[in-house]
Ligand binder design. Structure first.
Ligand code: HEC
Ligand code: HEC
Length: 688
């Protein structure tokens, strides 16, 4: 109670605190104090968990530098804290009163009042409050110059499974989708393509070589039906035709012209094979099999012959980002002419590709991963409670959301309508589920009657059902989805050994899901995390575990004998007040209100940029990328949130060229291709 009152008074009565011993410390005289004294304290208090660019507190003014940041970057961060320091009343600074929980802090009590840690914190606050603006600015300039000198490392990426399948389709005309037999890819940091986690396991190496063998056999099983050989060989030893084939296939397989030494090696492998078999196509098959196992095929190493690595690298990046497959002929030609080096050239190429159906398919793959459609398709619901739910219905749910996304992108709508759309593309079973009028044809547009509590994707069953259990809703799961997918904030995983059993509802004590969860939202041990997730889900409690609207929560009390006909149904009133901690004035009680709040939130709008950035570059953004992200965000916002403009901004940005020159050097470390090379990873050793 006393703390509560002081907390209320504090901002007005800073002097009370100034007279306390904490504020009578010897002053700090230089910025290294932060890196050596306070930073370790903040790390030990785990502020980073939430106050990082991907943390739940990313919307605040505190952004921790990356782990492993240089000392200069750490000191710069120390200076940036001036934004949460109150110069006239240092003891009323948010930097002081939030982590000590003197005023309500979503992160809770992190630094104990009266502790040594608190003293260190207050010393730094005093330093920031007393230093002049000019001296802080000069110090900041000095540090950012030396910190900026550090360079970014770019991990080499390999083709994702879907890129592999699409590439062999376009390279060989093979539609068998061999990657279905590869070890499955995991979702890490939201996507399946994050470079850092694309390990090369022995299992995958084997799968690649088995696939290469099969694909090469099939390519020539019935002669050269896909026209891979650009000439008519006059004999098995037609050297001219051999060379034409090796160069033209090599250009497409490696997405750049072969180097002379590579050309010689593959031509030699070809000749050895024709010598043995007496057949031209046998030589061609050997080359295809060998190239499909080369790191130059399996990895994004598109560094061309001297001076052309940027050209071919860009062609590949454009193709794999926008089409999820290898560059087509027009892109390779544009690379050869050096047209893709300029932002204008890249934009022109992008505009051409945006009209291609393969680009639609590629974006579907992105949306599929971002919004985790796999979870919708794999969700299971208890048949007794949800007899209408089926695999086909789950597929309809995904299709509904996909149509909405396609409409927003390809009809140039404001992309934030994803959260506010008062219309949907419904199948007849979904219209029944939502109790809305059915459209004339499957997945046709239906406008919602006024007052419908649904809007956008958060009112769609794909979200509501996938983020719920088989029998009940899961406010936690719905909340975490919104944090991670729509706000780009990472909720730390639950600590080990947490008892996640909720109190049972009984006939004497019938409780709603929300009531059963409230205990741990209030328990301080659990609250620091659960307060960030559960209250979001609470506001969506009027939608059941398959996305139906409900007035009451019906709980089933099992009979002691376990016979379902003796089961009792009890209807309980719902409390659907929800809130998004960290977004001011964010109380809501259905998906249409929540959608409106999120669509207006800069954190959410900017998250649309962060997600495509992570997918496009195969990595999480770091603090060094914030400038790029802000610029992309400005482009996106100024276009009226048109997704196509975001894509164009992405390919125009200098980041699109990053690392291409480095790859050129890296390529000399690439192991020599050989017919059954198991050594497919150019830098597996370095990464382990
Ligand atoms: C579990 C998550 C979490 C942790 C850990 C956490 N915070 Fe916070 N913090 C938040 C959230 C969410 C907000 C925004 C809402 C609020 O003010 O409560 C916030 C707000 C703040 C603010 C106000 C910032 C502003 O721009 O107005 C300060 C200062 C702050 N925290 C300091 C700290 C410090 C220092 C630590 C570590 C000692 C810390 N926090 C640990 C979640 C956290
Ligand atoms: C460091 C963060 C953190 C803390 C602390 C934490 N949890 Fe969790 N908890 C999570 C996350 C994240 C999930 C959801 C992801 C998952 O299930 O793995 C979760 C899931 C749950 C679930 C399942 C909810 C559902 O609907 O699926 C329950 C129940 C739960 N936690 C209870 C607790 C209790 C009780 C405590 C305190 C004793 C606690 N948690 C402390 C992060 C936390």
């Amino acid at each position: 109670m006393i703390r509560f009152l002081l907390g209320k008074l504090l901002p007005l009565a800073g002097w009370i605190w100034i007279s306390s011993p904490v504020w009578a410390q010897s002053p700090v005289t230089d910025t290294s104090f932060f890196a050596t004294k306070l930073y370790p304290v903040l790390e030990a208090a785990h502020c980073r968990l939430c106050h990082a660019t991907d943390g739940v507190a990313s919307g605040t003014r505190i952004h921790f530098p990356d782990k492993g940041a240089s000392r200069d970057q750490i000191q710069l961060f120390g200076l940036s804290l001036a934004a949460v320091v109150n110069r006239s009343t240092p003891s009323g600074s948010l930097l002081f009163v939030k982590p000590t929980n003197r005023i309500k802090h979503t992160g809770g009590l992190r630094i104990k009042p009266g502790s040594d840690e608190e003293k260190i914190l207050s010393q730094w606050i005093q330093y920031l409050a007393s230093a002049s603006d000019e001296s802080l600015a000069a110090e900041r300039r000095r540090l950012s110059e030396s910190a900026g000198a550090s360079t970014q490392e770019h991990a080499v990426r390999r083709l994702t499974h879907s890129q592999y399948d699409n590439t062999v389709r376009d390279l060989l005309g093979d539609y068998s989708r061999p990657a279905l037999h590869f070890p499955p890819e995991d979702y890490v940091d939201g996507f399946k393509n994050q470079a850092q986690y694309q390990g090369m396991t022995p299992l995958l190496v084997d799968a690649y070589s088995t696939a290469a063998e099969k694909l090469a056999l099939n390519a020539f099983r019935a002669g050269d039906i896909n026209h891979l050989i650009p000439c008519k060989p006059v004999s098995a030893t037609d050297v001219k035709c051999r060379d034409l084939f090796v160069r033209s296939f090599g250009l497409r397989a490696f997405r750049r012209p072969l180097r002379e030494v590579e050309f010689k090696r593959y031509a030699a492998a070809f000749s050895v094979q024709t010598g043995l078999s007496g057949k031209f196509l046998e030589g061609a098959r050997t080359v295809v099999e060998a190239m499909l196992q080369s790191p130059n095929f399996l990895f994004h190493l598109e560094a061309g012959p001297d001076g052309q690595s940027v050209d071919y690298g860009v062609a590949s990046r454009l193709a794999y980002l926008l089409q999820d497959t290898m560059p087509d002929k027009a892109l390779l030609d544009a690379a050869a002419k050096g047209e893709l080096r300029t932002a204008t050239g890249r934009e022109a190429a992008t505009r051409r590709l945006l009209d291609d159906p393969r680009t639609h398919q590629a974006l579907d793959e992105y949306f599929d991963e971002w919004l985790r459609f796999d979870r919708v398709l794999n969700s299971s619901k208890e048949g007794r409670r949800f007899p209408e739910f089926s695999l086909e219905m789950a597929a309809s749910m995904v299709e509904e959301t996909r149509r909405l996304l396609d409409h927003l992108v390809w009809d140039d709508r404001n992309f934030m309508e994803l959260l506010t759309a008062d219309y949907a593309y419904l199948s007849s079973d979904l219209a029944t589920l939502y109790k809305l009028p059915a459209p004339a044809g499957q997945f046709e547009l239906v406008h919602f009657p006024a007052g419908t509590p649904r809007a956008g994707v958060l009112g769609e069953a794909s979200f509501l059902a996938a983020n719920a259990g088989p029998t009940e809703t899961s406010p936690t799961a719905r909340g975490i989805f919104i944090r991670e997918q729509l706000l780009c904030q990472h909720v730390p995983p639950p600590p080990p050994n947490v008892d996640t059993n909720l109190p049972e509802a009984t006939e004497d004590k019938p409780l709603t899901r929300r009531q059963r969860m409230s205990a741990h939202v209030e328990n301080p041990l659990c609250a620091s995390c659960h307060r960030l997730m559960d209250p979001i889900g609470f506001g969506l409690e009027s939608f059941d575990a398959i996305g139906r609207f409900r007035e009451h929560e019906t709980i089933l009390i099992e009979s002691p004998m376990g016979k379902s006909k003796d089961e009792k149904k009890i209807n309980l009133d719902l409390d659907t007040r929800g809130e998004v901690a960290g977004i001011p004035n964010s109380t809501f009680s259905d998906s249409s209100q929540l959608g409106a709040i999120l669509a207006q939130s800069t954190v959410c709008q900017e998250c649309m940029v962060r997600q495509i950035f992570r997918y496009a570059f195969g990595r999480l953004e770091t603090s060094a990328d914030e400038e790029t992200i802000h610029q992309l965000f400005a482009t996106f916002r100024d276009s009226g949130f048109h997704f196509k403009d975001l894509l164009i901004g992405l390919v125009r940005s200098p980041e699109f060229l990053a690392g291409l020159e480095d790859n050129q050097k890296g390529v000399t470390r690439t192991p020599a291709p050989s017919v059954r090379s198991k050594n497919v990873s150019p830098n597996a050793a370095a990464r382990r």
